[in-house]
Design a protein around this ligand. Structure first.
Ligand code: BYC
Length: 336
């Protein structure tokens, strides 16, 4: 069985012992902490603690894998988009996701891991990718709903990462977030067209897609703060700027208003405005489902990973040909 739960990147040694550090290293650590406290950005060439480097590598590579695996459920609908306009938009969106993956792999490479190592971790089930892409896209309305809810959740989570303390990640995120807002709007626009001009069947299809994607979308922000082992340290280092629960709450509050305009019902009978908190209360999330999905046992985990591994194996001849071509040119240059 494929699992996403074996990633060891970014973890302290198993025996919990801290390595002995020299006086020089302690000075470097103090300087690093002072820079983080002052809100400075850290560049690839700067000294950084090993745990900071590994935490970033874990998060950025997981993020890159999510973009690449995220192409699969949407790519599945390119040939079946209802109009040429929608097909062109979806093609552009899926291509953007591939680009996001490449920016992020490049940012992760600055931390000392090769692309081959990261892809190997994905293909062997050691590295995680976002839980959300282990759910199936059953109808055309799923594509609009992914744009609205999944890209909407991604923007909510990723805008604060534009201020991440690690500069190469922050720079990649600025470009990604610009494109994500187009993705969110095209999804919402597509659903709005179906809800305002569609047949009763099309409207029901939108509601059904929202019913299936709502809970997995709010799980995307990760476990509750008190069950999030990485949050405290990542917040201290300025890798994460806003907590999982705070982002989830902001997303729910925004989505409630958007759902009203769309004319769909969010599938949570406990969702209601709380005047005291000035935020919406919402029902209990089924965290056992979340842990099961990230543990490798979601509806499409095997299919998604199988598709990535197959694409990698089928593309071997392209990589070999590109290397042979580059080698030939190098030899010709040297001979000239
Ligand atoms: N799915 O301590 P926590 C997109 C893991 S791309 C799977 O809170 P952290 C898009 C977590 O890794 C969306 N695993 O962790 C693409 C940790 O396990 P490990 C991707 C999850 O890192 C194409 C454990 O649970 N976005 O939207 O502080 C088309 C405990 O969690 C998830 C990013 O990657 C999850 N949802 O916080 C359309 C954004 N949540 O590694 C759209 C960057 C948690 O300790 N990443 N886990 O074994 C982040 O902001 C953070 O990594 C997270 C998790 C908020 C996701």
């Amino acid at each position: 069985m494929y699992t996403q739960a074996m990633d060891t990147m970014g973890k302290e040694p198993a025996d919990g012992q801290k390595p002995v550090r020299s006086a020089d290293e302690m000075r470097l650590q103090e300087r690093f902490d002072a820079r983080i406290d002052a809100g400075d950005f850290i560049e690839a060439k700067d000294w950084m603690p090993e745990h900071y480097r590994k935490t970033l590598l874990r998060q950025i590579s997981q993020h890159a894998h999510s973009e690449i695996v995220g192409m699969l459920p949407e790519g599945n609908w390119i040939t079946r988009a209802p109009t040429l306009k929608r097909k062109a938009i979806l093609l552009a969106k899926v291509q953007d996701e591939g680009g996001h993956g490449l920016y992020l792999y490049a940012a992760a490479e600055t931390l000392g891991s090769s692309r081959d190592q990261m892809l190997d971790a994905l293909h062997t089930g050691k590295a995680k990718y976002s839980s959300i892409f282990n759910y199936p896209t059953l109808t055309w309305a799923d594509i609009g709903t992914i744009g609205w809810l999944v890209d909407g959740a991604a923007i909510m989570n990723q805008v604060p990462i534009c201020r991440c303390s690690y500069a190469p990640y922050a720079r990649a995120m600025i470009r990604i977030c610009r494109e994500e807002s187009f993705h969110q709007r095209q999804g919402y626009g597509s659903l709005l067209t179906m809800m305002q001009h569609g047949t009763p069947e099309q409207k029901a299809m939108v509601q059904d897609a929202v019913d299936r994607w709502w809970w997995p979308s709010i799980m995307m922000f990760g476990p509750p703060d008190d069950q999030s082992p990485n949050s405290a340290q990542s917040m201290r280092w300025g890798i994460k700027r806003v907590s999982n629960d705070e982002l989830r709450q902001k997303f729910v509050d925004a989505a409630v208003e958007q759902a009203k305009v769309l004319g769909v019902t969010l599938p949570d009978p406990e969702l209601k405005w709380n005047d005291e908190r000035q935020a919406h209360d919402f029902g209990a999330i089924d965290w056992s489902e979340f842990w099961r999905v990230i543990g490798g046992d979601g509806p499409c985990n095997r299919e998604r990973l199988g598709a990535r591994v197959k694409a990698w194996e089928d593309g071997a001849w392209v990589r070999e040909a590109a290397l042979a071509h580059a080698g030939k040119h190098q030899t010709m240059k040297e001979a000239a």
